[in-house]
Design a protein around this ligand. Structure first.
Ligand SMILES: *[C@@H]1O[C@H](CO)[C@@H](O)[C@H](O)[C@H]1NC(C)=O
Ligand SMILES: *[C@@H]1O[C@H](CO)[C@@H](O)[C@H](O)[C@H]1NC(C)=O
Ligand SMILES: *[C@@H]1O[C@H](CO)[C@@H](O)[C@H](O)[C@H]1NC(C)=O
Ligand SMILES: *[C@@H]1O[C@H](CO)[C@@H](O)[C@H](O)[C@H]1NC(C)=O
Ligand SMILES: *[C@@H]1O[C@H](CO)[C@@H](O)[C@H](O)[C@H]1NC(C)=O
Ligand SMILES: *[C@@H]1O[C@H](CO)[C@@H](O)[C@H](O)[C@H]1NC(C)=O
Ligand SMILES: *[C@@H]1O[C@H](CO)[C@@H](O)[C@H](O)[C@H]1NC(C)=O
Length: 650
């Protein structure tokens, strides 16, 4: 899902490092002294070294290094407080320097002069060094070729243009986890190559005039942002990924009108707390007017700027929505994935403004929406107009809501009822393939609940005491590949399934079942989970009919009868994998034991039984009688023998 520009940048970053790994070039030389309790740099360094790793030691001072070919130096995780001025004088080729987790703020004068001599540096990490604004500024002198800079975990409070005056070539800048509450104008604007900017975990309260046209990835997660506003202009912004999650946003951000935004993260904010969508839109437009000092209220700035976004993914989970922002989201024509989980929706109603004909309902659409996550709201009803607005829907997650599927009975009801009906007519979603209805308090699954969809996977778990009628899955029995009906406390009489030829995964765990539905013989299952039920044995003839090659079957947590386990032999013959056989218990008249224990001495535990058939009491008597006769004959014979021997001796 999160396949965006940032990972590409990381890739580029790691590739630049990889070039210097031994093996890539024959001449590159690497030496690692990582974690060796060193208190100073070793004296006998190979002059031809290209890479040197001295990380995680106790080095406190660094003096002139005589490794003229060195390209990469890692000194992270030491206690470096003094780098002498000329320390890097011989390192004309050094390009990658990692100084994170040291104490560079201590001898700042000397340290900054040393770093100042490294004009060819491409990447620099000075995270976690206790650096203030002015300290960081000094360390960034003479860095015109710097490409990647990381300053996470310092104590920067304010960013101003002087900070990056001598490092204008930066493309990737990470300043996470500082105390930044202010960014002066023209701080980042002159960094014309800046593509990725990470300012997560700072103290920014608002962005009131976003102007970074060049930036593709912007991370402002975990600040205290209340709003984000961009002045409407005709310039094209490069923005592709924007993370505003974990802030205090009350309004949707007003984004650049022309952008390339694909991923927008807005989870964990206060969106929706103002009430209806109309109120939020009005308020944010007022705010815009106020910030931009526009005197006349011309139009809907928010919507004007959202209308052209090529957004494919938006995360609105963990916000405060009580109503679904239909109009705003329907402007996003390219939207494919919408995460609306963990909000406070009870209904998705169709209250949208009607411009022209008041008597007709206006139908707006989400033309590209494929994946809609509505889990953990409190939904009880979804308007049929909303379902109609999802022509491409593929995956719908309604876990932990309270929706009831409509059966075919509902279809003949008049339109008026539909408008307010309390059941959800899934049949309208022709393209739907994956549906999650886990934990919805469904009591009865009515006949043909899903007829009309293209369901491949269906999760009905944890709908306590739900009854599934024979006809409930009618219409999807030919397409369904995965069915989860676990944790329902149902017994075998409450479950009847149709013939499902495509079914490969079945989870009926955590119920009270003692019989597998006979109709399973139709399916070619690959994974079956029957854990924690009331099975005492499994139906051998059913198992034999099922084509079970390569199948895995989870069986623990049942009350199997050890002495009636021919099914186990059948499964074994069919090479079914039983991953939890070691945890699976069975009982005998003597005691409970695990199957492996039982299989060590099956005849010992089941001596009175053979293949589940008791040996008749009469048979036992006959055997005992036979033994007695045999014994007495033997005694008689041996007496005779003794006597005759004795007579010889006489
Ligand atoms: C610097 O080293 C630390 C480990 O000490 C590592 O987490 C960090 O990613 C390194 N920085 C760069 C830019 O590779
Ligand atoms: C800047 O770096 C270059 C090497 O790239 C060096 O020759 C020059 O002396 C440095 N300037 C200062 C002021 O240290
Ligand atoms: C933004 O930064 C936060 C904090 O480091 C991180 O958890 C999150 O994954 C980043 N967002 C994106 C979209 O990369
Ligand atoms: C939506 O967000 C929730 C909570 O973070 C997460 O568990 C879920 O996987 C997300 N859904 C999608 C489709 O990304
Ligand atoms: C329709 O539903 C709303 C709440 O969802 C309720 O207030 C209203 O009375 C219902 N109307 C009818 C005709 O049932
Ligand atoms: C079946 O569902 C239960 C939850 O009810 C889950 O713990 C288990 O992992 C599922 N089985 C498989 C094979 O995925
Ligand atoms: C075992 O399954 C077959 C169908 O394969 C069915 O006809 C038979 O009644 C089942 N036996 C029991 C004891 O449930």
């Amino acid at each position: 899902m999160v396949r965006h520009i940032f990972s590409n940048l990381i890739l580029v970053w790691s590739i630049t490092f990889d070039l210097y790994r031994p093996g890539w070039t024959h001449h590159s030389k690497k030496q690692s002294w990582n974690n060796q309790n060193l208190s100073s740099v070793p004296l006998d360094l190979d002059v031809k070294l290209r890479r040197l790793d001295l990380s995680n030691n106790f080095i406190t001072q660094l003096h002139a290094l005589a490794v003229p070919y060195l390209e990469q130096l890692d000194l992270s995780g030491n206690q470096l407080d003094l780098i002498s001025e000329g320390a890097f004088g011989n390192l004309a080729r050094l390009e990658h320097l990692n100084l994170s987790r040291n104490r560079l703020s201590v001898s700042l004068g000397s340290n900054s002069k040393a770093l100042g001599s490294l004009g060819r540096l491409k990447s620099l990490d000075i995270s976690m060094n206790g650096l203030s604004n002015s300290a960081a500024e000094l360390l960034l002198r003479n860095k015109s070729s710097l490409d990647q800079l990381k300053m996470t975990g310092n104590v920067l409070i304010k960013l101003s243009p002087s900070m990056f005056r001598e490092s204008k070539g930066i493309t990737n800048l990470i300043i996470e986890d500082n105390l930044i509450s202010e960014i002066e104008k023209q701080t980042f604007e002159p960094l014309s190559r800046l593509e990725s900017l990470n300012l997560a975990r700072n103290n920014l309260a608002f962005i009131c005039d976003f102007t970074l046209h060049q930036v593709k990835y912007l991370n402002l997660s975990r600040n205290s942002l209340e709003f984000f506003v961009t002045r409407e202009d005709a310039a094209l912004y490069s923005l592709e990924v924007l993370d505003l999650s974990h802030n205090k946003l009350l309004y949707f951000p007003i984004l650049p009108k022309l952008n390339k935004l694909k991923h927008l993260y807005l989870q964990n904010n206060l969106l929706g707390a103002l009430g209806s969508e109309a109120v939020m839109v009005t308020e944010v437009n007022f705010l815009y007017q106020h910030i931009m000092k526009e005197r006349i209220h011309r139009k809907n700035y928010l919507h004007a700027n959202w209308r052209l976004m090529p957004l494919a993914y938006i995360d609105l989970s963990f916000n405060h929505f009580t109503s679904f922002p239909l109009e705003t989201l329907s402007l996003l024509f390219s939207l494919e994935t919408l995460n609306f989980s963990h909000n406070c929706l009870q209904h998705i109603n169709w209250d949208i403004r009607n411009y022209h004909n008041q008597s007709q309902v206006r139908q707006i659409r989400f033309p590209s929406l494929k994946c809609l996550d509505l889990q953990k709201n409190s939904l009880t009803s979804v308007s049929p107009f909303f379902l109609k607005a999802l022509p491409q829907i593929d995956t719908l997650n309604l876990q932990e809501n309270q929706v009831q599927p409509c059966g075919f009975l509902m279809k003949s009801l008049p339109k008026i009822f539909d408008l307010n009906s309390s059941c959800v007519a899934f049949g309208q979603l022709k393209t739907l393939k994956h549906l999650n209805l886990r934990e919805n308090y469904i009591k009865i699954l009515p006949p043909t609940s899903f007829q009309g969809t293209s369901l491949i996977s269906l999760n009905l778990a944890k709908n306590n005491h739900m009854v599934i009628g024979e006809a409930a899955l009618e219409g999807v029995q030919a397409t369904l590949q995965s069915l989860i009906i676990s944790e329902i406390s149902m017994n075998s009489s409450g479950l009847s399934l149709p013939c499902m030829p495509a079914l490969t995964n079945l989870n009926i765990s955590n119920n009270k079942l003692n019989k597998t539905p006979g109709s399973l013989a139709c399916s070619s299952l690959k994974v079956i989970d029957v854990r924690n039920n009331a099975f005492t044995s499994l139906n051998c003839s059913l198992l034999q009919t099922l084509s079970l090659n390569q199948t895995a079957m989870f069986i623990s947590g049942n009350k199997f009868n050890c002495c009636n386990s021919r099914w186990l032999t059948v499964l074994n013959e069919m090479m079914v994998r039983l991953p939890d056989i070691n945890q699976t218990e069975c009982f005998t008249q003597l005691r409970n034991l695990t199957f492996p224990e039982y299989l060590e001495h099956p005849s010992f535990y089941c001596s009175f039984k053979r293949d589940g058939q008791e040996i008749h009491f009469g048979q036992i008597i006959i055997i005992v009688l036979f033994l007695i006769v045999l014994l007495s004959m033997l005694i008689g014979f041996s007496r005779k023998l003794c006597c005759s021997q004795r007579s010889f001796m006489v």
